[in-house]
Design a protein around this ligand. Structure first.
Ligand code: HEC
Length: 171
């Protein structure tokens, strides 16, 4: 084989290694679900006051626990129901995002937020028994969750949502 052919072969191999390693690097990257990707532009229902402590008594260390600071954002589909009063019955397509921080200083500086997301789906959605699906992070996948829905079922009479108009009025 001529030297120039060898060099050509070598660069083809090098290029394919590069392509292969790039695709390995990019494979785990995932965009946030479009149903909540832009939640920061939604209505922030905790605008006046973030939630902290354990106002419902049911937190059990979840959502960054008693020390955590939490904001709640609601999309336009859910807004009127959430900000209203009982009985609550969210339309399909309602999405509520909870942005949670470990401490007051993290909240003040917007440091290391984590997210949980509740999505109301149509009664025919096979993913869900209670018409809600749940995601445990911004880039997470929403699906049925006995863990999330089990605790939120404490608020079943308010359609599985704790942070609603009547609750906010007591804050
Ligand atoms: C141990 C009970 C518990 C579990 C488990 C739990 N939550 Fe919550 N969640 C709460 C409570 C209580 C609130 C009310 C606000 C507060 O105290 O900050 C809340 C609030 C929320 C909110 C804001 C809207 C609302 O309902 O008030 C979202 C969104 C949410 N949770 C999603 C989730 C998701 C997703 C999961 C599973 C990954 C989950 N939660 C698991 C107790 C729980």
């Amino acid at each position: 084989m001529k030297k120039s052919t060898l060099i050509q072969l070598g660069s083809v191999v090098a290029a394919s290694v590069l392509v292969a390693s790039c695709s390995t690097l990019t494979a785990p990257f995932k965009e946030a679900d479009p149903r909540w990707a832009d939640f920061k532009s939604w209505t922030k229902v905790t605008e006046l006051e973030p939630s902290t402590g354990n106002p419902t008594g049911f937190l059990g260390g979840l959502h960054q626990g008693d020390e955590g600071y939490r904001d709640v954002y609601v999309n336009d589909i859910a807004k009127a129901v959430l900000m209203g009063s009982a009985p609550y019955n969210y339309p399909a397509g309602s999405v509520i995002v909870k942005e949670q921080f470990a401490s007051k200083s993290d909240w003040e500086e917007g440091r290391k937020p984590s997210h949980t997301v509740s999505v109301k789906v149509a009664a025919s959605d096979s993913l869900s028994k209670d018409n809600w699906i749940w995601a445990d992070s911004y880039k997470g996948t929403a699906g049925e969750s006995a863990f999330c829905s089990g605790c939120h079922s404490i608020a079943a009479k308010d359609d599985y949502v704790f942070t609603h108009g009547d609750f906010l009025a007591t804050q």
